[in-house]
Design a protein around this ligand. Structure first.
Ligand code: MF3
Ligand code: CO
Ligand code: CO
Length: 275
């Protein structure tokens, strides 16, 4: 059974009920989403061969603190960086370190901030130097799958419709959808109900209602969908070591469809990023 609750009257914890946000909350989430998107825009020039992911982490920490926001991942369940940087066969939750990015890498940079109490969560792929055709194609397929998922967001549809749209397209492109991680409700909590699976059947899952706010963040592999988590407890990699890509947007359901809070103000939606 699915229950919905007006966010204005609900306790600030995950009770399993799905929160419905009003116009004031949407304004806070719009600002937080835009903040994340502007930060990802600013990172574009930094993501190049020779730069370390720790340098990107330092940049993002300073970006947030200088502007009155907090990196939400810092000290989140023992994670101690301001960003996740997932390179090549790393699926998600890559931890920044002192190794330089190399020509030909593909990197997902995933930022989450808290701004005035509201969470903003988004990620993009960044090609480093000259990337081979297979990697560029994977990035394109992943971004397109996210747009198809977003296009399925409207009242009357369900979370299963989103997953189905993503999975059908990805598999038709002979890629695979990671099952072990999903999108999530978000608001004044980082990870809230409902889970947004990136695979599924039409009509399954939770009916979408105006006021729901969640992320869609498909992870797509060139090879098989299976992942394992390394001994650091975070880094998820493809078991077959095939390349993996991810994009993430955060959105609110409206009467007629949805409002995406994390589109790039500079039009840097997917590579090639022309700055
Ligand atoms: N930003 C990630 C997401 O999209 C969560 C990262 S949690 C961390 O949900 F602890 F790994 F940083
Ligand atoms: Co997320
Ligand atoms: Co994220």
């Amino acid at each position: 059974m699915v229950t919905y609750v007006d966010d204005a009257t609900a306790p600030l914890k995950n009770t399993g009920a799905i929160r419905l946000y009003g116009p004031e909350a949407f304004e806070g989430l719009r600002k937080a989403g835009r903040f994340a998107a502007e930060c990802l825009d600013a990172v574009t020039e930094l993501a190049r061969p020779g730069v370390t992911t720790q340098e990107i982490d330092d940049f993002i920490f300073a970006y947030a603190v200088d502007r009155g926001a907090q990196p939400a991942t810092l000290n989140y369940r023992g994670y101690n960086k301001s960003v996740c940087t997932s390179i090549n066969h790393v699926v998600c939750h890559g931890i920044p370190n002192d190794k330089p990015l190399r020509d030909g890498d593909i990197v997902n940079i995933d930022v989450t901030f808290v701004l005035d109490g509201w969470y903003g969560d988004s990620s993009r792929m960044y090609p480093i130097g000259e990337v081979k055709r297979a990697g560029l194609r994977l990035i394109d397929v992943t971004y397109e799958s996210l747009l198809l998922g977003i296009a399925a967001v409207k009242p009357g549809n369900t979370t299963g419709d989103i997953g189905h749209a993503i999975q059908t397209y990805v598999e038709a492109e002979r890629c695979s959808v990671v099952r072990d991680f999903c999108g999530h409700g978000i608001g004044r909590l980082f990870h809230d109900t409902p889970n947004i699976l990136h695979y599924g059947e039409p009509g399954e899952g939770v009916p979408l209602k105006p006021g729901m706010v969640f992320t869609i963040e498909p992870m797509v592999n060139l090879g098989r969908p299976h992942v394992k988590v390394l001994s650091d407890g975070w880094t998820a990699v493809t078991r077959d070591r095939s390349l993996s890509a991810q994009f993430e947007h955060m959105l609110g359901v409206t009467e007629t469809g949805c409002e995406v809070f994390t589109f790039s103000p500079k039009g840097l939606h997917k590579p090639p990023y022309v700055v």
